[in-house]
Design a protein around this ligand. Sequence first.
Ligand SMILES: [Zn+2]
Length: 167
Amino acid sequence: MTKMGVDPEQLRAPQPQPAGWYKLKFVGFNPTAGKKDPNSVNYNGTFEVLNPATPSPTGQPVRMYATMSNKMPRHINDIVHGLGFSLEPDGELPGQWIADPAAPDDVTKMQYKGPLLGKTMEAELAETEYNGNKRNELRQVRCNVPGCAQKHPDIRHQTDMIGKKKP
Ligand SMILES: [Zn+2]
């Protein structure tokens, strides 16, 4: 008899990586509107962990997500610097956003076209828990902007992006 079904390995929830430094490749944004404040945007950056300590059981790339709320501008700045770019003087991300002509104001349909795509950064991941699920979050990102301290003397990069809000 032929059996039909799925590979049970593929049902396993992804396990977070042990805390430590990793090389992450930026693969895209998946923007959503903030739930409480209609003017807030979560860019939802997606990264691939290029050197995972624990490879995924399916052989698929190990992914890591960063909320990147515009309510946390220092997080966004740290990540963009880690990818080797400065924010524009007005605070914009480098690159363009292509809106859906049918819904030009819908942030969830905006497509990012810009130089951050495919770039890599060195980042320290922490293991945290959210709603009972273990996951990785960015603890800090290593700045990759040459001469950052001279170019941006008023910016201090964070060494603990998670802070006190979580244990
Ligand atoms: Zn920097």
